[in-house]
Write a protein of this length. Structure first.
Length: 222
């Protein structure tokens, strides 16, 4: 088996896996299941407190924090077990990961999860100013030194370069992936039973929050 074919040992770092926290948490649950089904070994580290019910099976590290004192200390000891570390999102875990892995052979990758979209700068200029200060201080170096900054489409990659200054990154557009959806009569019957008006007519299923950022008005207008 060549190196490109062998199963990978991955660590995914995310602030929380509580599903009410939004899309990234659920996507990590689903895509981790898909990666494990392909034979890869995936562990997840979060800032969720000890005792939190894990939404996924397998190695799940409840660190109670993802700063230098928690994640950083743990990662400096255990990084050698992993082929790569995946940082899910910005502003929280990246600096601790970068600091812990400097001088090691373990690369890290960053998934911004839409957090580099300039929409936020227009909608929340005050927050954007504070984030720009943190960008100058730390986050730009997290992005600059990552083995890859991964976007799920070309448009997300294009927009990211115009949100904070200065910006330098090894950009990659990747297929994020998810688990295979269930396809059985029981699920379809349950859906139709709850929404009988949709049984005989076409419909759009919008799997997101009702928020201006999600573009529902553009979908309806289109």
């Amino acid at each position: 088996m060549s190196d490109s074919d062998r199963p990978l040992k991955l660590l995914r770092v995310v602030y929380t896996l509580r599903r009410e926290a939004g899309g990234p948490s659920e996507s990590i649950v689903q895509s981790t299941a898909a990666l494990r089904a392909m034979g890869h070994r995936v562990e997840v580290a979060t800032a969720d407190p000890v005792g939190t019910r894990a939404p996924i099976d397998g190695p799940f590290h409840l660190l109670g924090g993802i700063d230098a004192a928690t994640l950083g200390t743990w990662l400096r000891r255990d990084h050698g077990r992993f082929d790569a570390v995946l940082v899910q999102g910005l502003w929280q875990a990246g600096w601790a990961v970068r600091s812990a892995l400097r001088g090691t052979r373990t690369p890290y990758l960053v998934f911004p999860h839409g957090m580099l979209d300039p929409w936020f700068a227009r909608a929340y200029p005050g927050k954007h100013f504070k984030k720009q200060l943190y960008w100058w201080w730390r986050e730009r170096r997290v992005i600059r030194d990552a083995a890859a900054v991964c976007f799920t489409c070309k448009e997300e990659r294009r927009l990211a370069a115009h949100t904070f200054w200065p910006y330098a990154a090894r950009e990659q557009v990747v297929a994020y992936g998810t688990a295979t959806p269930p396809d059985d009569a029981a699920h379809r019957a349950a859906f139709v039973a709850r929404y009988p008006a949709l049984a005989a007519r076409p419909f759009l299923l919008f799997l997101s929050r009702l928020h201006d950022k999600k573009g529902l008005t553009e979908l309806i207008a289109g």
